[in-house]
Design a protein around this ligand. Structure first.
Ligand code: HEM
Length: 151
């Protein structure tokens, strides 16, 4: 039994579930009747998204390095790289929503009657939908790679 592997696996699961929760929360909060306080909350939640994503990278890299199977198991496995590519795509898709949340939060702070423009709302919602769809592929790749598929 290996305590390091167990602790890293537990942390990894807790972090990726948190990330899924944050994406879901953002999706629910982005609505056309958003108030200034909702927008501030979105910007706050999104900051946590960035922090949790960083921790996922750190803990994920630690699992590759110190996990039971050894780094060679992953670096020569294309399913692992497909999982990394999907994670990168999710990260890239999250840039536009992040920029919008910051801009909205600034605008709503300066104007009490602020409402998000329809076109910006639609583009943020479609970026979040795409993010969620690609995110779903990650555990699929994870389960396959953990069972030796991809060599
Ligand atoms: C840089 C990012 C990431 C790295 C380096 C990474 C790395 C790893 C590693 C090394 C394992 C162990 C697999 C094994 O037991 O052989 C694993 C498992 C897993 N990862 Fe990640 N991961 C990352 C991001 C994510 C994300 C964003 C998710 C989101 C769902 C995720 C979901 C999972 C799941 C569900 C498992 C367990 C698979 C199983 O045992 O069936 N990972 N990951």
């Amino acid at each position: 039994m290996d305590t390091t592997d167990l602790v890293l696996a537990i942390l990894h699961h807790l972090l990726v579930f948190s990330l899924a929760g944050i994406i879901a929360a953002e999706f629910v909060l982005v609505r056309n009747d958003m108030t200034a306080s909702t927008v501030r909350r979105l910007a706050r939640i999104d900051r946590h998204y960035g922090m949790v994503a960083m921790l996922v990278i750190v803990v994920g890299a630690a699992r590759v390095t110190w996990g039971l199977k050894g780094w060679e198991f992953y670096v020569y496995n294309w399913v692992f790289w497909a999982k990394m590519a999907a994670f990168l795509i999710v990260g890239l898709l999250s840039i536009k929503p992040t920029m919008r949340f910051l801009a909205w939060s600034r605008q709503a702070g300066a104007d009490a009657g602020w409402r998000a423009p329809e076109a910006e709302l639609a583009s943020v919602r479609s970026a979040l939908s795409a993010e969620a769809a690609v995110f779903l592929a990650i555990p699929v790749f994870a389960a396959a790679m953990a069972r030796g598929y991809g060599f």
